[in-house]
Design a protein around this ligand. Structure first.
Ligand code: FES
Length: 376
């Protein structure tokens, strides 16, 4: 997958799908399946695999690319705030990453938009940012995730984001505006500086058209340039002008862990911790208790061993020269699940200790607590 589309054929799409889906064609295509052959002619016309063709490319900020995707008929849409698994092939290896659509969930039309922020060490984000073009086909899976607004919309709402975390809350705001939501909504976004600010014009336009919407940008770098309403990282004062009387608001936060934790701590201090809903795009940093540090990791199948550095098992396996499969690196997709033959690990999200000697663990969110042996 992740190919350039050849010139469209002149065969009507519905007819082509009917022919391709017939039992006779299925039998002729055995054992590879019809989709493998359609891939050669018109990749988006897969019968059983969810795919999308890139039909638009924009660069809204220095390190970001916004892709407009036209999915095939298997696509069932998304709820504002959900993420979509996107699969591409980079250097011959299929890789899946998770991106949240930034558009309204109510938008009409057969396309949706993803904004990908380029990370220096992100294989997929670099690939999409640098090489994705019109006609490129990517693999998709159905939208998922429970970072979504409740069916009964809150009376007071704060949407807070940092960096690439803007996309799910942008989708929430656009969806609320499309459905005519008229209760107060504050939108606060943190970016490094003016050059890293995505959706600035769109947000200004939404605030101008909807008197219940207030938008503020905060720049976190001292040299970040003009144009911010606020400076520095999250502090409670940043909220005071945005949504006066925000103490009771329901907050949806997406971004780096310190931002999520800062908002959580503020709401918890008010006794309203359950009103914060969050999603983070990086697993939290985790420090093992002193008596669990050290030890070594044995990679049973490959016969390698390495001292325990305290990083996640996925990182330590990669540092040892292994290439375990992974997808999200966030504990969401379970692609990195591996058998632990012995030893104990802690989950970096909860701190929970898995002490069962033999267990299946997610390498990307597990830190070894002492000696561990993996079936890897
Ligand atoms: S890579 Fe997705 S859960 Fe580990």
């Amino acid at each position: 997958m992740f190919t350039q589309t050849p010139e469209p054929t002149r065969v009507p799409r519905r007819l082509a799908r009917r022919v391709a889906g017939s039992g006779l064609v299925g039998a002729l295509a055995y054992p590879h399946g019809v989709d493998r052959y359609l891939e050669l002619v018109r990749p988006r016309w897969a019968l059983h695999e969810l795919r999308a063709e890139i039909v638009g490319v924009r660069r809204p900020a220095l390190d970001s690319v916004t892709l407009t995707l036209a999915p095939n008929d298997l696509w069932r849409g998304f709820a504002a705030g959900q993420y979509v698994p996107v699969t591409v092939v980079v250097d011959g290896i299929r890789r899946t990453r998770f991106y949240s659509p930034a558009g309204s969930a109510l938008a009409r039309g057969a396309t949706f938009e993803l904004t990908v922020r380029r990370h220096a060490d992100g294989v997929v984000s670099r690939h999409l940012h640098d090489h994705a073009g019109i006609g490129t086909v990517v693999g998709l899976a159905p939208a998922a995730g429970d970072f979504v607004l409740p069916a009964r919309r809150p009376e007071r709402l704060l949407l807070i984001s940092g960096g690439s975390g803007i996309t799910p809350v942008m989708s929430m705001l656009r969806t609320l505006c499309d459905e005519g939501h008229d209760a107060p909504v504050g939108f606060l976004h943190y970016a490094r500086g003016a050059g890293h600010l995505a959706y600035r014009d769109e947000l200004a336009e939404l605030a101008a058209r909807h008197p219940n919407v207030r938008v503020a940008h905060a720049f976190t770098r001292a040299e970040s340039g003009e144009g911010s309403d606020l400076r520095g990282h999250f502090v409670p004062e940043h909220l005071s002008d945005l949504l006066p009387g925000d103490g009771t608001a329901e907050a949806y936060v997406c971004g780096p862990q310190p931002l999520v934790e800062g908002v959580r701590a503020l709401w918890a201090a008010r006794g309203l911790g359950e009103r914060v809903h969050s999603e983070s795009f990086v697993p939290p940093a985790y420090a093992l208790p002193a008596d669990e540090r050290g030890g070594s990791i044995r990679f049973g199948r490959s016969g390698l061993a390495a001292p325990n550095s305290g990083a996640t098992l996925l990182e330590q396996a990669e540092q040892a020269g292994l290439t375990p499969e992974f997808g999200c690196r966030l504990g969401i997709c379970h692609t990195c699940t591996c058998r632990k033959r012995s030893g104990r690990v802690r989950d970096v999200r909860s701190g929970e200790l898995s002490s069962a000697e033999e267990a299946s663990i997610q390498l990307c969110v597990s830190v070894p607590a002492g000696d561990v042996e993996l079936d890897l």
